[in-house]
Design a protein around this ligand. Structure first.
Ligand code: ZN
Length: 501
């Protein structure tokens, strides 16, 4: 049996190598590659993906998985071996469901739709994007038909990003969140002028921003022998193995926030990948378990750590030293309030940590209505604008700043958005556990010490990689499923502190 297991492990290691090479090519494309490499690069990535799929769906892997069933059953559930077999069986079963020609059609349609979306956004003309969105939705229905009948048509789409999560569960959590958040944000909005973020705007030379960002994330666990930080247009985190972590950021010279909080955010993603057990290296288990759990890590370092008072007690004098022209006359309290300003706005990626969720809930609801056929695609701009008004109280002046602002739908990523808010919610659940385990955590931050938090996260979450399902993993960290309480408590206490509401 062991030789069969080793055979399986070798085949999956080769598939994993191909997957990780694709990630490196993608990193290269978005940080280094000259633009004219794009057309051939798309072919190169498609070739890797095809080889990866062939490895996974080969009859040999199927036979090995069948033969290894008794071996799996003889092992403890949480052993690396049983977990790998279990994961591989689920993954392969899912991959086999979708015919290769449908997969190829979706990839092709996404490439064309993305081009159309870029043009539509440029001209702020939804009509240019409409036929491509229709095609995307039609293909999604075909995709859904590849699987057994779900409770809700949207379950299948959600499962690609948050495996095992049901639409009804997310809806229940989001309905509660919405009920608390809409009045809270309306109350904050009435006081919005009491907090100003003017000090974050000015002149911040990119190189000095880079040095400061590095000085922060080095304390979080960024190590030059196994990490890189590079500039890019749309920041992301990537890696080829646990000791090769590539994070990116965007330096905006007249606004400090994007690089400062963005690099902490991407560092949080990097720490998760960096913290997976080395024993899982070169297996498909060597990766954060879901987008929601991943986002819980990035948001934790960005918001719960990076926007906290103890963090800035340590770092603000250093920031003042790095940008004396900008901050020598700004006191710590003014700065702290600036980085925690809540302000309803049009654009999701520019939203603060509280209003962000309403941008997500709006998209989550619309995606379901689209898949259920409850909203006609041609009416989307109107529906979008009406809901922005009722949730955030803002008027949408043009579709480029409304329904056309995100790339996700053109890329075929229906079902993705909710994981951002799930990450926010989960981050606070994990945070309460970490604080209970380390009551002096904030005192440590005041001294610039973050390693105890990082080690706790590694021990309780990161090291598991994909050994367990996302639900099992969350259960291990917080002792239960998704609950809203910790996040609402956090948002309300911040709002009270900042705005007295
Ligand atoms: Zn993220």
């Amino acid at each position: 049996m062991e030789s069969k297991f080793n055979d399986l492990k070798t085949r999956l290691a080769e598939a994993h190598d191909l997957d990780k090479l694709g990630w490196v090519l993608n990193w290269d494309q978005r940080t280094m590659m000259p633009p004219k490499g794009a057309a051939v690069r798309a072919e190169q990535k498609a070739t890797l993906k095809k080889l990866w799929l062939e490895k996974w769906t080969s009859p040999e892997v199927g036979k090995l998985l069948d033969d290894l069933r008794p071996y799996e059953e003889s092992l403890p559930y949480d052993s690396d071996e049983a977990s790998l077999i279990r994961y591989a069986r689920r993954e392969r079963e899912k991959l086999l469901r979708v015919p290769a020609d449908l997969e190829a059609e979706m990839t092709r349609a996404a490439a064309i739709a993305t081009e159309a979306w870029i043009e539509a956004r440029k001209q702020s003309d939804f009509a240019i994007f409409l036929p491509h969105l229709q095609k995307t939705v039609d293909l999604k229905h075909k995709y859904v038909e590849c699987f057994d009948e779900p409770d809700h048509v949207y379950d299948i789409l959600l499962d690609d990003f948050e495996p095992g999560m049901k639409t009804a569960e997310v809806r229940a959590v989001f309905d509660d969140l919405k009920r608390d958040l809409i009045p809270l944000i309306a109350a904050v909005n009435a006081q919005v002028d009491t907090v100003s973020d003017a000090c974050l705007r000015g002149h911040f030379p990119a190189e000095r921003q880079r040095m400061f960002c590095l000085s922060v994330i080095e304390r979080f666990g960024f190590r030059h022998e196994s990490w890189r930080l590079d500039p890019t247009v749309h920041p992301f985190a990537s890696n080829s193995c646990t000791t090769d972590i590539r994070i990116t950021t965007k330096y905006v010279e007249d606004f400090l926030s994007p690089a400062l909080f963005g690099s902490m955010h991407e560092c949080g993603h990097g720490l998760y990948e960096n913290g997976v057990s080395p024993a899982l290296e070169r297996t498909p288990l060597c990766r954060g378990v879901s987008l929601g759990l991943h986002e819980s890590q990035s948001r934790m370092w960005e918001n719960l750590v990076g926007r906290s008072r103890p963090f800035w007690k340590f770092f603000y004098p250093k920031l003042q030293a790095a940008f004396p022209e900008q901050f020598s006359a700004v006191d710590a309290e003014t700065f702290y309030r600036a980085v925690n300003k809540v302000h309803p706005s049009l654009i999701r990626i520019e939203a603060d940590e509280a209003t962000y969720n309403l941008h997500i809930i709006l998209r989550f609801e619309l995606e379901q209505e689209i898949m259920e056929g409850k909203v006609a695609l041609r009416d989307l701009p109107e529906v979008w604008n009406a809901r922005m008004k009722s949730y955030l109280g803002v008027d949408v002046p043009r579709d480029a700043d409304g329904v056309l602002q995100d790339i996700h739908w053109s890329s075929g990523y229906l079902g993705y958005f909710s994981t951002y808010s799930l990450g926010n919610i989960i981050s606070c659940q994990i945070w309460e556990k970490a604080l209970a385990a380390m009551p002096d955590l904030y005192e440590q931050f005041e001294r610039g010490e973050f390693m105890a938090l990082r080690e706790w996260l590694r021990e309780n979450l990161h090291r598991h990689g994909r050994k367990f399902t996302p639900k099992e993993t969350l259960q291990k960290v917080v002792g239960g499923g998704i609950t809203l309480g910790p996040y609402i408590r956090y948002l309300k206490s911040k709002a009270r502190e900042m705005y007295g509401v």
